[in-house]
Design a protein around this ligand. Structure first.
Ligand code: ZN
Length: 275
């Protein structure tokens, strides 16, 4: 047991989320000799097909998109130094309100207990000290992100294994600048269905428990994002160029929701109190 490597597990919904949300910490902790495990819950089949073809449009084959995205995910993991990639293989549920939400085999329709049991098996195998996932709103309301949150919290409950559990978040103070940059670059922010309200994203700065400096790994994160070349949603981030990207994304922020170490808050390290 004592010989077990210190381990970080990140649980994400789709291929590319590992890069956007946690690319910095995955790269940083891998460089520090910590074992990193990525669990990706869905196949990403509701992403764009080559040529920017959207799901449901003629020429969009979800199975082909999933296969393409799997290759991109493997490349991203290589860039980030991820030691183990585990795929739960559920079907991408699409954005909230899409018919794919209720398609057979979609992650959204999978009972939480069933998927949580599979994740619990992985937690027992890798015994992560730290687990990272999304908040209860899946950060921005995507059904697969919400489901990833639910199964992670259920699996943590089932196993009791990780000493620390975190939800990714963003400081409200940075959101305005982020929206401005995205708009300036012509990006579209995965907005909810027309008429629906934009969910509140991120947290007031004073509520954020954990600020990890990943500036050094900005270029790595940028390259990992670039590996997901088929997904136009990422392109506006890449349009910033690596320098501005690193500047804007140089700190990854988290809310600590489980802790057995007693590490003082706010902290600058997901592994504070563990080493
Ligand atoms: Zn996603």
């Amino acid at each position: 047991m004592v010989d077990r490597p210190m381990t970080l597990m990140a649980v994400h919904a789709h291929p590319d989320d590992e890069a956007t949300g946690t690319g910095g910490v995955l790269a940083r902790y891998a460089a520090e000799g910590i074992r990193t495990v990525l669990v990706t819950c869905t196949d990403g089949g509701c992403g764009d097909a080559p040529g920017g073809i959207k799901p449901g449009e003629p020429g969009h084959d979800p199975a082909a998109v999933a296969e393409l995205r799997r290759g991109e995910l493997e490349k991203s993991c290589q860039v980030l130094g991820v030691d183990a990639l585990e795929l739960l293989g559920y079907r991408d549920s699409g954005m909230m309100g899409w018919p794919q939400n209720d398609a057979p085999g979609s992650f959204w329709t999978t009972p939480v207990d069933e998927a949580a049991a599979r994740l619990a098996e992985l937690i027992r195998r890798y015994e992560p000290d730290v687990v990272v996932t999304y908040d209860e709103n899946g950060f921005y309301g995507h059904p697969d992100h919400i489901q990833a949150h639910r199964i992670t919290m259920a699996a943590v409950e089932l196993t009791g294994t990780p000493a620390k559990v975190y939800w990714t978040t963003a400081p409200r103070s940075a959101m305005e600048e982020m929206f401005r940059v995205v708009k300036e670059l012509g990006g579209d922010w995965d907005e909810p269905e027309e008429g629906a309200e934009m969910p509140e994203i991120g947290l007031p700065d004073e509520e954020i428990s954990t600020w990890v400096d990943v500036t050094e790994f900005g270029p790595r994160k940028y390259e990992a994002l670039a590996a997901h070349a088929s997904q136009s949603e990422n392109i506006f981030f890449l349009n910033m160029g690596v320098e501005r990207f690193t500047e804007l994304m140089g700190t990854e922020t988290f809310l600590r929701v489980k802790d057995t170490t007693g590490a003082e808050l706010p902290e600058k390290d997901l592994f504070a109190g563990l080493r």
